[in-house]
Design a protein around this ligand. Structure first.
Ligand SMILES: [Zn+2]
Ligand SMILES: [Zn+2]
Length: 124
């Protein structure tokens, strides 16, 4: 089950809600592929083509896009056999983003204050 996290900047009053973790459907690699752009999909397929039941770990992780000044959830997959980890770029500007730990305190993309973080629900 995934978690819905709310980041609040008390100095500029901006609030971001992001869906992190993974849902039920993400237990199947085919469904996970949909979260990634085609170039990454192809890499994942190549890496797992010899495995009948690919062994992987998938999560949406919180990330900061400095370009868009936005907090977003980015799909990240780790493939155990190849040891590779793949993650998407920003869905809006397609630039690389800084992926954070689930529990990390993030600084506001506008004013750099440390934001408060709370869990407001779950999703699957
Ligand atoms: Zn962006
Ligand atoms: Zn701020």
């Amino acid at each position: 089950m995934g978690r819905i996290r709310e980041y609040t900047c008390s100095s500029c009053n901006k609030v971001w809600r992001v869906h992190t973790g993974h849902g039920m459907e993400h237990a199947i690699l085919k469904n996970v592929l949909d979260a990634f752009p085609t170039d990454i999909q192809q890499k994942i397929i190549l890496d797992t083509k010899e495995e009948q039941f690919p062994y992987f770990e998938f999560n949406y992780r919180p990330a900061v896009c400095q370009e868009c000044q936005n907090i977003i959830a980015i799909p990240v997959i780790h493939l155990h056999q190849s040891g590779h980890t793949y993650s998407s770029t920003c869905p809006d500007c397609h630039k690389a983003v800084v992926i954070q730990e689930e529990e990390a305190k993030l600084s506001c993309p506008f004013c750099k204050e440390i934001m408060s973080l709370r869990e407001i629900g779950t999703w699957d």
